[in-house]
Each structure stands twice: as C-alpha cells, then as structure tokens.
Design a protein around this ligand. Structure first.
Ligand SMILES: [Zn+2]
Length: 306
C-alpha cells in the first residue's frame, strides 16, 4: 500500500513537472538549447500547432518548417464552377433576357476582367440587390440587408489585410456558441473560413452582403485597423519570416503561435494572455524557397529581397 502510495506520489510529481516543462517537440533538441532556454528565455516555452518548444531555436526551426509546408500548397482557387452560373440563374428567374445575358458575357470576355454580376450592373441589366440576391441563391446562403448593423465586438478579430484581400467582413460574433458570421460580396471563400476557424477556435457561418455595403464596411474599418496588424507585404524567404515571427513571439511574451496558409498570405497569430497579435506575410515566391533539406541560412540570406 505504502509503496503504491509512494509510486502514485512520484507519478503525480512527474506529471506536474511535465506540465511545467513538457517534452520539446523538436527531435534534435539538445541540452545546450535547453540551457539557453533557462538562461535567456523568460517564459516557459511556446506552443505551436499543439506542440511545445523549449527554446527560441527549437521554435524558430518549427516555424520555418511550418512556413515551408505552406509555400508548396497550391493557392486555393475561388471557384464557383460547380454552382449554377449566376447569369443562367437570373435568366431562369426572369430577371434577364437572353440578349442581355449574351451582351454582358461578351463584354466580360472582351475586357478580360470583372465578374458577370458586375457587368450586369454596369450595363444596367440588373440592380445590385438583384445580383446579390442571385449570389445568395447560387451559394445557398443568407443575404444580409445593406443596412444590417455590424457587431463592433468582432471587427478586430481578423487581420485587415486578409479582409481586404478576400473582400470579406466579420459581422457578428456569438461568444456563447463561438460562431463568427462572415460576409462576402462575390461568393464564399471556404478556404478563408477554414483558416479563421483554425485560428480563432470558432465556427463560421457565411453570408452575403452587397458590394457597396461591404466596401463601406471595409472603409469604416480601415482607419481603425489597417495599422493594427504587422503586415509584411514584400515577399520574404521562409527563414527570414521565421526569425521575425520568433523575435515578436519573444518580445510579446507569447504563449502560443498559430500559423495558417490563407490565400496569398501566411497568417501568424501570437497569443499572450488575452491579447492576440497578427503577423501577415506574403507567401514567398518560388525563387526564394528554402531547399527541402540541409542548412539553409546562407542560401536564404543570399536570395533575400527584404
Ligand atoms: Zn527544444
């Protein structure tokens, strides 16, 4: 009995110890790095993607690997190919005539840009409301009235550069169920919603908002939020991005780092207490990529563009 009690007590102590100093997830982690951690790193390690890293070196290596994985992932395409084309949908509802649709498609083809909805509006064949309602049917999701109030609580949740690049707007956050409602104006981007869910530990629900209402919402946010995130628009190599991320993680005393690949960005979120800081990096171009193995630093600094 006594022996069992002692074993349980030792086991509990070991458990406590592991809770404070879990095992570093870097398989090449060395005693020297762990010592460096004790001498130089104020807080007790940082978590990244559910794993714990003991020292800045171990974290930087893991962040670099994480960024490297992102650069090989193909950029998600915003495709509505499997949906009924908007023009046909509006034609079937009697909102357009055949010649109008043909003329709009021809204008779109000739110019080589713009969505069909924009052309229909531009040529006076449909109103913005009709186009937005058509998109709501096409994507099977609710359309918000242009005058719908936006919940101020959710405005700062997402990095402004991402909102701008995806043309999306957070409109309501229900804390009790952790559901974030996100509005789009050109169609729903599920890769962006997926990234948001991973970063914020929440569920998302998509809705549609007219172009002009969404642009107004973004403009209103711009002044307040444009400079709040750390946005690195010039393309950097993975090594440099990892060094920047780790130096901010240390400076801000982050307990957790999260990284997702979202459109043309690598979105990094540093959590320290109740405060989150977003770092946004443009995805590195192919020529700047890190070789898949071996020491990379010289190669990278040689190719760095800043
Ligand atoms: Zn380590």
């Amino acid at each position: 009995m006594a022996r069992n009690g002692l074993a349980a007590w030792i086991g509990a102590l070991q458990g406590d110890w592991r809770a404070v100093f879990p095992r570093c997830a870097d398989r090449e982690c060395s005693a020297a790095r762990r010592m460096g951690r004790r001498l130089g790193w104020r807080h007790v390690g940082i978590r990244l993607s559910g794993s714990w890293y003991c020292s800045p070196q171990c974290l930087e290596k893991a962040v670099r690997q994480n960024f490297s994985r992102g650069r090989v992932t193909a950029l998600p395409k915003r495709s509505a190919r499997h949906r009924i084309p908007l023009g046909l949908l509006m034609l079937s509802r009697g909102q357009l005539t055949n010649p109008q649709l043909r003329a709009a498609l021809e204008a779109q083809r000739a110019s080589g840009h713009g969505r069909i909805g924009q052309w229909l509006e531009h040529m006076g064949f449909a109103t913005e409301q009709q186009v937005t309602a058509g998109l709501g049917l096409q994507w099977a999701c609710p359309v918000l009235p242009a005058s719908a109030p936006h919940d101020p609580a959710c405005l700062g949740l997402l990095p402004f550069s991402l909102l701008e690049s995806f043309r999306m707007l957070p409109v309501r956050f229900v804390a009790a169920t952790r559901i974030l409602y996100v509005a789009f104006c050109d169609g729903i981007d599920y890769t962006a919603l997926n990234a948001i869910e991973q970063m914020l530990d929440c569920r998302t629900e998509a809705c549609l908002l007219s172009h002009s209402a969404l642009e107004r919402g973004l403009e209103q946010m711009a002044e307040q939020f444009r400079t709040r995130d750390l946005s690195f628009e010039s393309r950097r190599d993975v090594g440099e991005m990892a060094r920047i991320t780790c130096s901010y993680a240390l400076k801000l005393g982050a307990e957790e780092v999260r990284i997702v690949h979202c459109g043309d960005y690598l979105w990094t979120r540093l959590q320290s207490g109740d405060t989150a800081t977003n770092l946004l990096f443009r995805r590195p171009a192919l020529a700047l990529e890190e070789p898949s193995s071996g020491p990379a630093r010289n190669f990278l600094t040689h190719h760095a563009t800043g």
